[in-house]
Design a protein around this ligand. Structure first.
Ligand SMILES: [Zn+2]
Ligand SMILES: [Zn+2]
Length: 221
């Protein structure tokens, strides 16, 4: 489940992103396999409000009663009211179509989060504000596991590793600084969005390569 992670701890679990609308069964079954029910869900944490991440947040909240954590700037994305401009208008069209087809339901953010804040989950989950892909996009750094969830700051799909593609990015000019910020954490593990490769060591190396490539001076023509 690469668009949804279940962070399991001794006294329950936290859902990090919720996948596309319709993935409820997968979330419920995944939890049931671990002996977890709706009452065990302590929080629903969103990296950002795109439909493939917030798709089941309304359902998960109704099902479990758990509060929704996200950056306040993401409410417009969750509601489908974000004013897309430039190349990212493509995303706006896709999002709107996806919402119509799937019967997506928006959800209010219960707990607004901010950069540097440490959420009391998984031994301490630090909010890392990484805007660009969306204006309120956040990653999460687990102190205990020395692991950084980057959301869609960089993604891996179709065997390719790349920074958030331009058409899926609200503010591309913010991406380089966010990549630098994520890289500077120096986490042992770096988890991309949408990954199809379960090899953590290889993913870590690919993130480093991507950042290094981005930092290399471009020849001027
Ligand atoms: Zn996204
Ligand atoms: Zn995504």
């Amino acid at each position: 489940m690469s668009m949804s992670h279940l962070l399991v701890e001794a006294d329950g679990a936290v859902l990090l992103d919720t996948g596309f609308p319709g993935d409820q069964g997968r979330i419920r079954r995944g939890m049931a396999k671990l002996g977890l029910g709706p009452r065990d869900l302590k929080a629903i944490v969103l990296t950002h409000g795109h439909i493939d991440h917030a798709g089941n947040a309304a359902w998960a909240k109704a099902w479990s009663g758990a509060p929704v954590y996200a950056h306040p700037l993401e409410q417009a994305h969750i509601d489908g009211t974000f004013p897309y401009a430039g190349f990212s208008r493509v995303t706006g069209v896709l999002e709107a179509a996806g919402r119509a087809v799937t019967g997506y339901r928006p959800v209010p953010i219960d707990v607004p989060i901010a950069d540097g804040q440490e959420l009391p989950f998984w031994g301490g989950l630090k909010v890392v504000f990484l805007p660009g892909h969306t204006i309120g996009h956040c990653g999460f750094y687990s102190v205990r596991h020395d692991l950084l969830f980057t959301g869609d700051l960089w993604v891996r799909f179709m065997m390719r590793t790349q920074a958030s593609p331009r058409v899926f990015t609200d503010t591309p000019e913010l991406v380089p600084a966010s990549l630098r910020k994520a890289r500077a954490i120096g986490a042992r593990w770096v988890v991309p969005g949408h990954y199809d490769l379960p090899d953590a060591t290889q993913l870590r190396r690919q993130f480093e390569e991507l950042c290094a490539e981005r930092e290399r001076p471009r020849p001027t023509v």
